[in-house]
Every structure is written in structure tokens, then in C-alpha cells.
Design a protein around this ligand. Structure first.
Ligand code: HEC
Length: 137
């Protein structure tokens, strides 16, 4: 476990269970740090930044392959899936196995805690309700 996470968890234990919001903030901060290492070189989190992969702001519950004007592979754009937390986990864990034939190089994040943190961060940069837009529940 990276030291900053261990420190954060230790701080949390001292703070006690009333600090749920602090815990959420720590998860998001840890997720951002992990995202910067694992994903940021290809993914912007702000569509005004240049990005090799599709920008990931508002990715939660977005239809796969639907970011406007991004040149997706057919595999991704024809997949018909929605980026639920479970789908994002499966993608982080083994994107090639989950969906063969996309343009994204393999990432293999098997540690569920790391997935949790990155997911918390991706949730924090999702500010629109894609479920309402996509008509799903
Ligand atoms: C080496 C570059 C690279 C890295 C590193 C990378 N990605 Fe990607 N990612 C891409 C590319 C390119 C695509 C588009 C794939 C396609 O169209 O087939 C993509 C697509 C995606 C999509 C689909 C988005 C959509 O609009 O449907 C998600 C979600 C995603 N990546 C998440 C991540 C996460 C989370 C990480 C870090 C754990 C990560 N990626 C790391 C290059 C990368």
C-alpha cells in the first residue's frame, strides 16, 4: 500500500466513524493521485485539455463510446454498454479481456482498493446525471 494511503487511513482511524465526509475526501484525493499515475497521460479530465483518449469528465453512467467527436474504435463505440461502477472496475482490471479490440493499451489494476479510489475520483468529476440523460436507472 502506498505510504500516503497508509497515512490517510491511519488518520482516519484516529478520527473515528463520524468523519464519513473526511473519508470520502481522502478516497477522492487518493484516487486523483492514482489516476495521475495510471490514466492521466492518456486521459484529460477537462474537455478543454488535449487528450489522446476520450476525456473522462462525466464518465459515470455515460454510454461507452459516446464522447462527442472522439474517434473511438468500432469495438468500443458498438459495445452498447454504459459505464456503471461495475463496468469501470472490470475495465480497469482487464480492459482487453472485458472488451477485446479497443485502442486502449492494457491496464491491469486488480487491487480492489485502488479501483475504489479511482472510482471515487471519477465519480467526483461526474457532475451531470447521465442516467437522466441516457434514460437509465
Ligand atoms: C496508454 C493510454 C491510456 C491509458 C494509460 C489509459 N487509457 Fe483509457 N483509453 C485510452 C484510449 C485510446 C481509449 C479509447 C479506446 C477506443 O476507442 O477503443 C480509452 C478509453 C477509455 C474509457 C472509455 C471512455 C468512453 O468514452 O467510452 C474509459 C472509461 C477509460 N479509458 C478509462 C481509463 C482509466 C480509468 C485509466 C487508468 C486506470 C485509463 N483509461 C488508462 C487510452 C488510455
Amino acid at each position: 500500500m502506498p505510504r500516503f494511503i497508509a497515512t490517510a487511513v491511519a488518520a482516519l482511524c484516529l478520527a473515528g466513524p463520524a468523519m464519513a465526509n473526511v473519508y470520502e475526501t481522502i478516497k477522492i484525493d487518493a484516487g486523483k493521485a492514482l489516476f495521475d499515475v495510471q490514466c492521466r497521460r492518456c486521459h484529460a479530465v477537462d474537455s478543454t485539455d488535449p487528450s489522446y483518449g476520450p476525456p473522462l469528465e462525466n464518465v459515470l453512467y455515460r454510454g461507452a463510446g459516446t464522447y462527442p467527436d472522439y474517434a473511438y474504435s468500432t469495438a468500443l463505440s458498438a459495445s452498447g454498454i454504459v459505464w456503471t461502477p461495475a463496468a469501470l472496475r472490470a475495465w480497469m482490471e482487464d480492459n482487453d479481456g472485458f472488451m477485446p479490440g479497443t485502442k486502449m493499451r492494457h491496464v491491469g489494476i486488480e487491487d480492489r482498493t485502488v479501483q475504489d479510489f479511482i472510482l471515487a475520483y471519477l465519480t467526483s468529476i461526474t457532475t451531470q446525471d447521465n442516467r437522466a440523460i441516457e434514460g437509465q436507472d
